[in-house]
Design a protein around this ligand. Sequence first.
Ligand code: LLP
Length: 422
Amino acid sequence: MTLPGSPHLVRLAGELRLDGHSLVDLAHRFGTPLFVYSQAAMLSAVAAYHQALQGRPHLVCYAMKANSSLAVLQTFARAGCGFDIVSVGELERVLAAGGSAAKTVFSGVGKKRDEMARALEAGVRCFNVESHGELVRLDEVARAHGKLARVSLRVNPDVDAGTHPYISTGLKGNKFGIAHHEALDAYRHAAALPGLEVVGIDCHIGSQIVQIAPYLDALDRLLDLVEAVEREGLVIHHVDVGGGLGITYTDEAPPAADALVGALLARLDSRGHGWREVLFEPGRSLVGNAGVLLTEVQYLKRGPTKNFCIVDAAMNDLLRPAMYEAWMAIEPCRQRDGIAAETWDVVGPVCESGDWLGRDRRLAISEGDTLAVLSAGAYGMAMASNYNTRPRAAEIMLVGDQAHLIREREPIQALMSGERLL
Ligand code: LLP
């Protein structure tokens, strides 16, 4: 049976298996809600980028906001990746997982002084700077610490990535980046500040992008700027095209990573920039289809207008449906004979009507069954919260025939640690 997403996930004799492991067995062994990841799927996703970039100076910086669990970071560090971080907390995770600061780029619109100082001390590869104010602040912090901060300017190319408004970031109405028409001035500004060294240019136009054309438009806009900046005697060492490549949740057909990379490299070549180092910041496309969220059916509640399948995972475990009305496939882990399919809204126990994982799904299920929400490896656990004082789920990484517990289920006591009674 064909499932959306990963070739690592198959249904054999009615039973869903990820890398050969029975998902029902994992749910029974480790409990639910449970995130399960295939390390092999992550490695093959990153290999597609690396292979397409072979022979070119390049760095794939995994955008760890997609899934920042330590064993996931360790997997990508060992595969030769750098990291794209957006907070000092993410930096500490990179270091704890054995990643290299020298391969880490620091993105984000709101970097604070202490975050800059820690990143300089750790020796990050560069800061992706998003405003004049940030240039001034970074210069001050760098000089105060006797450091030179390497900077790349994040340019807002004003291209439409054709994705959900909440995850579209490269339009001029977005908070991100320096407006294209102001960027040359910002480079002059950066060059004049003694605590800074200009090293690159970057952009990130959005997420879950399923076309190549917006990337090519953005790259063209960046290269126009590179040429203008270099005419003034500055050198731009690297071009960072950001992340954003989409995955298949249902019937989307995003380009393969190697097709996207190939098209961008061809455009760099045709414009005479083929020698330049290229950086990518993929998140979702490295981990999204490598993971599932397992959940157990608690109650089947039939109503006058809707039938509700109440499961033990909720919006606090997987926020994407509630937040973006994202459609994520939901499959029974073991198919049942003798039960008729009915239409269900799959909902969690959280006290919000917005707490749903899927609406109007045809499922043949009964209480106690295990369901898998597919393509949950990206922006699942990373966006999980403790709303309703719900402990965060456990996580499993499959490596060959081993199922490693990479994060234990959060103990309830941990949810109250750090709190004080009056
Ligand atoms: N670089 C920067 C500067 C970013 O802001 C992002 C994502 C990425 C790279 C990685 O993008 P990706 O390859 O994962 O698309 N929570 C949303 C997605 C938010 C993306 C934010 N920025 C979701 O669940 O759809």
